[in-house]
Design a protein around this ligand. Sequence first.
Ligand code: THU
Length: 136
Amino acid sequence: MNNSDLIKSAVIARQKSYSPYSGFSVGAALLCADGTVITGCNIENSAFSPTVCAERTAFFKAVSDGKRDFVKIAVVGGKSELEIPDYHCPPCGVCRQVMKEFCKPDFEIIMAKTPDDYKSMKLSELLPASFDKREV
Ligand code: THU
């Protein structure tokens, strides 16, 4: 699957965002090695800390469906009142660590405003010198 099609799935997932507290809506689309695409959105909570990011929603849906092999993820996030985000939203540090658990260093993270306007980085660039107890 090409990057633009994966971003289109993230844009649609973003429409499901439940983000009444921050007003910041995020969608993610995770491409699995078997070709399936698992989407996620951010889901907030009035107690704040139970909030989960779009990327982790996608990862946890995928892992709980038995997927363990991942190729790339597209992320689209920005202020809810703007249809098109005003920046290329990067994944937070917690989501990067979750990616680290399941993905190789060359896992691709596509940060998009639109299907044609995106930046792409590898997990090893976004999370260098990361903790992994399996490597100790
Ligand atoms: N958020 C994500 O869903 N992904 C990120 O990578 C950054 C932040 C969400 C969490 C919260 O609901 C809102 O964006 C504002 O931080």
